[in-house]
Design a protein around this ligand. Structure first.
Ligand SMILES: Nc1nc2c(ncn2[C@@H]2O[C@H](COP(=O)(O)OP(=O)(O)OP(=O)(O)O)[C@@H](O)[C@H]2O)c(=O)[nH]1
Ligand SMILES: [Mg+2]
Length: 409
């Protein structure tokens, strides 16, 4: 991508109840804008009972915004909500600069971060679905200036193309995605067939999920102080000191008002968590918005219909806290306090994962004669082998087995 001056943007939010409630979300919008390579040159919040259906803001505030844009030389305005097509058109008619919304911004970041073919298709699908429904307003807005936020990904050319072409592109992308999904299901069932216990690492974006996976498994997932550093799921094995194997999957982070186009498009990726035995919920305990972020995570899990899985919550980044972290997650079976950066609390986390993996299993230590090798095979196949030694006159093994197998060995 050629280096250009960062886009100068003004952040705009509508506060429907409490002023401070919206000041904080604009902080997050700023992080998003910066992640997309923009420079924030102003902020504007309007207190309204309802978001204006035609222009997002009321007319007085729009005049103020116009003046602020002129004064700061802003080239774009970013609204903290997804605009309806008529709001986009309405606001665009009133202003001389580009108008973007939170959804377009998040899609833009995703487009830049996507690495794998699956990730790229998912983002393009989400972008095209969004564009299809906002075609007129967007054409007007994005034609104001070339390049910058909102124009990454499938490209402006497609914007101008007619709806039918976008629709046929969507159909062909969906078909390709279905193929990839089939392949993923095969890999997954191979993984499940190995009967290893599995945990899905979920959490708000930037909580430290990838850093934790890297530390626990020696994986090499891209971890960075930016929102949505990781989009593609990665699975790695954690080998505990007891000899147990736990498969950990790192997934895309969640965020407040995650665009539904993205949830739909990324369902396949997000659903990795549906197939895990448990959820490892990573929380940034140093973030002032921690409570809201945890709530967003649970809401997102709900919308993905992930409900009845045991959750272990790790309050991460405790190294950044002045005092001891005492936070507790009432939704979780266990709450732990760790630092993925210093390694603090890792022993306890590994022990907890091990306990979860062994829950309901029986530890056996047996010595079998070579004529009983069939039982050894049974344990190998259905149990979790910790130790196996072929001695001259016997086979020694230590393993976890479930009660069903226990009766047969
Ligand atoms: N101080 C401190 N920083 C941490 C800790 N864990 C992670 N970080 C930092 O937090 C930032 C985000 O970490 P990631 O592992 O990329 O977070 P993530 O949850 O995978 O984020 P996304 O992939 O963007 O959803 C990085 O700069 C990490 O170095 C921690 O325990 N302490
Ligand atoms: Mg990550």
């Amino acid at each position: 991508m050629p280096l250009t001056d960062p886009e100068r943007v003004i952040l705009v939010g509508v506060c429907t109840d409490d002023y401070r409630e919206t000041e904080q979300p604009l902080d997050e919008l700023e992080e998003l804008a910066v992640s997309a390579g923009a420079e924030c040159v102003g902020r504007l919040i309007q207190n309204l009972e309802h978001i204006h259906p035609g222009t997002y803001l009321g007319s007085g505030k729009i005049a103020e915004l116009q003046a602020l844009a002129a004064q700061t030389g802003a080239s774009a305005v970013i609204c903290d909500d997804e605009l309806t097509p008529s709001q986009l058109t309405g606001l665009c008619d009133e202003l001389d600069c580009k108008v973007l919304d939170r959804t377009l911004l998040i899609l833009d970041i995703f487009a830049e971060r996507a690495v794998t073919r699956e990730g790229k298709i998912q983002v393009e699908l989400a972008q095209l679905t969004y564009r299809l429904s906002h075609l007129t307003g967007l054409g007007k807005s994005l034609s104001r200036q070339g390049g910058g936020i909102g124009t990454r990904g499938p490209g402006e050319k497609k914007l101008e193309s007619d709806r039918r072409r976008i629709r046929s592109r969507i159909t062909s992308l969906r078909r390709e995605l279905a193929q990839i999904k089939k392949h993923r299901a095969v890999t997954r069932s191979a993984r499940l067939g190995s009967s290893a216990f599995s945990a899905a690492i979920v959490g708000y974006t930037n909580a430290g999920k990838s850093t934790l996976l890297n530390l626990l498994t020696g994986a090499d997932v891209y971890a960075m102080d930016r929102l949505f550093a990781t989009l593609d799921p990665t699975t790695r094995a954690l080998h505990t000191p007891e000899g147990m194997e736990v498969m950990l999957t790192d997934t895309v982070g969640f965020i407040r008002k995650l665009p539904h186009h993205l949830i739909d498009a990324f369902r396949g990726t997000l659903e990795e968590a549906c197939y895990a035995d448990m959820i490892l919920h990573v929380v940034d305990s140093a973030n002032p918005r921690m409570e809201q972020q945890m709530q967003v995570v649970y809401e997102t899990l709900q919308s993905l219909e992930i409900r009845d899985k045991p959750v272990v919550t790790v309050f991460n980044k405790t190294d950044l806290l002045a005092g001891e972290c005492r936070a507790k997650d009432p939704m979780a079976v266990r709450s732990l306090h760790v630092s993925a950066l210093t390694g603090d609390g890792m022993d306890e986390l590994v022990k907890t994962l091990e306990e979860m993996a062994c829950d309901g299993l029986i530890l056996v230590e047996r010595h079998y004669g070579y004529d009983q090798a069939g039982r050894v095979d049974l344990i190998r196949k259905y149990g979790k082998l910790l130790e196996l030694e072929y001695r001259p006159d016997e086979i020694m093994l230590r393993a976890y087995v479930n009660p069903g197998i226990y009766g047969k060995i």
